[in-house]
Design a protein around this ligand. Structure first.
Ligand code: FAD
Ligand code: NAD
Length: 478
């Protein structure tokens, strides 16, 4: 029958669509159902990442950084540019066009790989059946030997700051402002808070970020996080740690936010407020209760090491199973699952997940921070290479930041690399490869790096671990 498939994937984001493509490449008859509809009522594959996450945010970060560099760095190069300004509508149109191009590309990939792409909602019916409701309301029942849940996540809402999509918005709304707010408040100094805060602050919004925790980016090595916070504050982001918001109310076209900080009641009024306090799994309307798929106490679908749920034939991947809520983690899980279904022994290495915050300077890390390594009982040696001593970074007029290497004294193995600086999102790949291949400091020390390049600073940081850097004053090992 035409509606009988080997694999039915529900969700066409970065976890679901690569899973469907790889499954089809491996010879499975595959369908991928996706419910995403953009604000202009057009359905699109690609999920949060391509439509309202990674890609649109990076497009805006790039535009706003270019403006910022023209305003603040061009003169150092001797460039006389006069007044530069942003055309917000054009910037937004560029962002939307990039998303459209990439989401259209998924349709082409589906066609090329013979994946049946279905736009509408999928619902688990049990007995290997999935009900598909197209956007025009027509329904059909698909049968799948293997059913994959890849329904992703949605923003966490705060009752004390209800989203009205006018003055109080979530991350999706914050990607679509049609003008630069005069004043911008953000609840949450996580990845979204600092990325979108950077965008609108560089474009001219006076931006305050209120963060409940007392530490900035706690998953990042303390030394690197503190350095990053210093650079971002210098750029004008007002990051207030230990700020506990009690209410946010929209009144008269503004938002009044009450919060407590350092034992004192405080209040600020903003033109716009972004709520960016994390994301939660999305399983609404999926029928998990009907078929008995077990969720954990936070609503994530429970899976074993092979992405199997407790229900025979049903699997889950991506944000909906928790862990790092990152597109590349979902992609790897999607591909690994498809290959496992085909009998391969593919595994995801959860100890080498790259993380990047696309501010300027960028923040990037893989593996353990010094604090985490010590807590795990390692005797640790570290090296920190400042970009201020790097010729390429100087030439680029972007010499803020450092690379820190954390290694094990006993084995010389690199345990983690945490960085803040220019293009560290790209430099991170070498560190990830190092961890994947269990590299020692000696391995990297013996690897030649091009000159002048930003990558030399990774080499330098590794040499500094054992006090043998040539272009730096070596400090006694910590
Ligand atoms: P999603 O991308 O959420 O996709 C799930 C899909 O399933 C959606 O299309 C949804 O409509 C669909 N769906 C849900 N229920 C059903 C149903 N019943 N039937 C059919 N379809 C359904 N990550 C990074 O790695 N790098 C970044 O730079 C980055 N930037 C981000 C910026 C922002 C502003 C945000 C919000 C997120 C960002 N992320 C980033 C996180 C990243 O977007 C997610 O980790 C990733 O999209 C998760 O992929 P997924 O496939 O699991 O889920
Ligand atoms: P997050 O978990 O990174 O940060 C949320 C922040 O909000 C935390 O620091 C938390 O302490 C704070 N917070 C929570 N409740 C609060 C409250 N009531 N008052 C003040 N602060 C509060 O979540 P996010 O920034 O919303 O991002 C969601 C997910 O999207 C993350 O998992 C992230 O990995 C992913 N993402 C990734 C990228 C990237 O890879 N570059 C970019 C954006 C988003």
């Amino acid at each position: 029958m035409s509606n009988e498939y080997d694999v039915v994937v529900i969700g066409g984001g970065p976890a679901g669509y690569p899973c469907a493509i790889r499954a089809a490449q491996l010879g499975f008859k595959t369908a991928c159902i996706d419910a995403w509809v953009n604000k202009d009522d057009t359905p699109a594959f690609g999920g949060t990442c391509l439509n309202a996450g990674c890609i649109p945010s990076k497009a805006l970060l790039e535009s706003s950084e270019l403006l910022h560099r023209m305003q603040h760095e061009a003169s150092a190069h001797g460039i006389v540019s006069g007044d530069v300004a942003i055309d917000v509508a054009k910037m937004q149109a560029r962002k939307d066009a990039i998303s459209k191009q990439l989401t259209g590309g998924i349709k082409q990939l589906f066609a090329a790989n013979k994946v049946t792409g279905l736009q509408g909602k999928g619902k688990l019916l049990g007995d290997g059946q999935v009900e598909f409701t197209a956007h025009d309301g027509k329904t059909e029942v698909l049968k799948g030997k293997y059913i994959v849940i890849a329904t992703g996540s949605e923003p966490v809402n705060l009752k004390i700051a209800p989203i009205d999509n006018q003055n109080i918005v979530d991350s999706w709304g914050a990607l679509d402002f049609t003008e630069v707010p005069g004043t911008l408040g953000i609840i949450g100094a996580g990845v979204i808070g600092v990325e979108l805060g950077s965008v609108w602050s560089r474009l001219g919004a006076k931006t305050v970020i209120l963060e409940a925790m007392s530490e900035f980016l706690p998953m990042v090595d303390r030394q690197i996080a503190k350095e990053a916070q210093r650079h971002l504050s210098k750029q004008g982001l007002d990051i207030r740690l230990g700020a506990k918001v009690s209410t946010a109310k929209a009144e008269g076209g503004k938002v009044k936010v009450d919060f407590e900080m350092g034992g004192q009641a405080k209040s600020e009024t903003f033109d716009k407020l972004i709520v960016a306090v994390g994301r939660r799994p999305f399983t609404q309307g999926l029928g998990v209760e009907t078929v008995g798929v077990a969720l954990d106490e936070r609503g994530f679908v429970k899976v074993d090491d092979h992405y199997k749920t407790n229900v025979q034939g049903i699997y889950a991947i991506g944000d909906v199973i928790g862990g790092a809520m990152l597109a590349h983690k979902g992609i790897e899980e999607g591909v690994a699952l498809a290959e496992q279904l085909a009998g391969h022994h593919t595994q995801v290495n959860y100890n080498a997940i790259p993380s990047v915050v696309y501010t300027a300077p960028e923040i990037a890390w893989v593996g353990l921070s010094e604090e985490q390594a010590k807590a795990k009982g390692y005797e640790v040696k570290t090296g920190t290479g400042p970009f201020a001593a790097n010729g390429r970074a100087k030439a680029m007029e972007q010499a803020a930041g450092s690379i820190k290497v954390i290694a094990d004294v006993k084995t010389d193995r690199i345990l983690g690399v945490h960085m803040v600086g220019p293009y560290v999102s790209e430099l991170l790949a070498e560190a990830v490869l190092g961890l994947e291949f269990a590299a020692t400091c000696e391995d990297i020390a013996l690897t030649m790096h091009g000159h002048p390049s930003l990558s030399e600073n990774f080499h330098e940081a590794v040499l500094l671990v054992d006090g043998r850097a040539v272009h730096a004053v070596n400090k006694p090992r910590k």
